[in-house]
Ligand binder design. Sequence first.
Ligand SMILES: N[C@@H](CCC(=O)N[C@@H](CS)C(=O)NCC(=O)O)C(=O)O
Length: 220
Amino acid sequence: MSDKARLTYFNGRGRGESIRFMLGAAGIEFDEAFLETKEQMEELRARGDLLFNQVPLLEIDGMKLVQTGAMIRYIARKGSLYGADDKESARIDMLTDGVRDFALKFLRVPFLADPTEHLSGIRNTDLPRYLPVYSKVLEDSGTGFLVGGALSMADVLLFEALLSVDELFPGHLKDYPKLQEFRDRVSALPNMAKFLSGGQRKPPPDAVYRDSVDTVLGRK
Ligand SMILES: N[C@@H](CCC(=O)N[C@@H](CS)C(=O)NCC(=O)O)C(=O)O
């Protein structure tokens, strides 16, 4: 196993994108292996690399990690993105889990024949559930970060989710100046700026991405 971290996933965002954002924020360089065929997926399963027969797979520090949550928390610890003490870590977990619940809604969009109803559900239920909370937490913290005085896993995943909100609901964040300011500031942090311009951030999902996932997972 090479010393450099290696992410095996589809050539698109999906669950892999949060892992990429976390690696980028932590300044951890990584290679990627893109799954394109059903046979590649079956080979990984046959090798026993996928504990639950699912991707993403992250090879890092001699480990083969599956489960996105485990990966992002490992990267958070390694990259000092997990708060200053146990109480900060608990709060970071809480805010991370909230934002992951929120972002999970976006993952389905490219796989729906007609996403109109799903997008209305996000607009009417999820945006008003989550955005005011994160705006208020930022306001209360007063540091520019969700928890304590430093960037954490919760900030990184919130930042990723806000970029999706901008894409799917253009202009919606104008009602949330705190979130807009946060988005702009996090995007300019050196590791984040390097990641965003470095080519490993994936483009918005399209039909090619959807077909490729369906092929690899044997759904077509
Ligand atoms: N809880 C897992 C879920 C992983 C997951 O559902 N992966 C999908 C691709 S995004 C997969 O491999 N599906 C194939 C299957 O479930 O057999 C995680 O967060 O990593």
